[in-house]
Write a protein that binds this ligand. Structure first.
Ligand code: FES
Length: 170
């Protein structure tokens, strides 16, 4: 993605607040959509070239921010290549995007802060749960039970050309 496509710097969301257009859209969507709460809407982002060098960070495009339902937690997936010495390996994973009250948006790493398993969002109980040792985190990523003592990592994010980008490091 070309950050200069609009002739200026990418639009950065400060404090997770979505811009006015997004706010208007989300208000409309909330009114029209009613209580249709759907989680786990996968937005797949594929990057095939060039491969990243290991130890670097990358702004990953997760697609239109309007696809995120207000007041929900959505699973966003990614896949691209990582270069590690002579090896070029696929890097796959997920992050979790939470759209909260006040149209705030938070993006959480899925990596459990205990021993790095991948947490999943459970809509019924409104918690992130780790399948490895039953660690649980609340909707804000704070540990509430089990071995994890640290919250889920909040990823830096921004909106660029109405798309959600999150900064991932490898
Ligand atoms: S790795 Fe998540 S609870 Fe142990």
């Amino acid at each position: 993605m070309n950050p200069n496509a609009t002739g200026g710097r990418p639009q950065i969301v400060k404090n997770g607040t979505i811009n006015k257009n997004r706010r208007d859209f989300l208000k409309t969507a909330a009114l029209v959509g009613g209580s249709a709460l759907v989680t786990g809407v996968p937005l797949v982002s594929y990057f095939t070239a060039p491969a990243l060098s290991k130890g670097t960070g990358k702004w990953v495009d997760f697609g239109p921010v309007e696809d995120l339902e207000p007041g929900s937690v959505s699973m966003l997936s990614y896949e691209f290549l990582i270069k590690d010495g002579w090896l070029v390996l696929p890097q796959r994973g997920i992050v979790w995007a939470k759209t909260g009250e006040g149209h705030k948006l938070s993006v959480f790493s899925s990596v459990c802060t205990h021993l790095s398993c991948s947490v999943i969002w459970l809509e019924e109980t409104q918690v992130f749960e780790c399948p490895c040792h039953a660690g649980r985190f609340d909707v804000n990523g704070q540990p509430i039970s089990g071995p994890p003592k640290k919250p889920l990592t909040v990823l830096e994010h921004k909106i660029e050309d109405d798309k959600l980008l999150a900064l991932l490091t490898f």
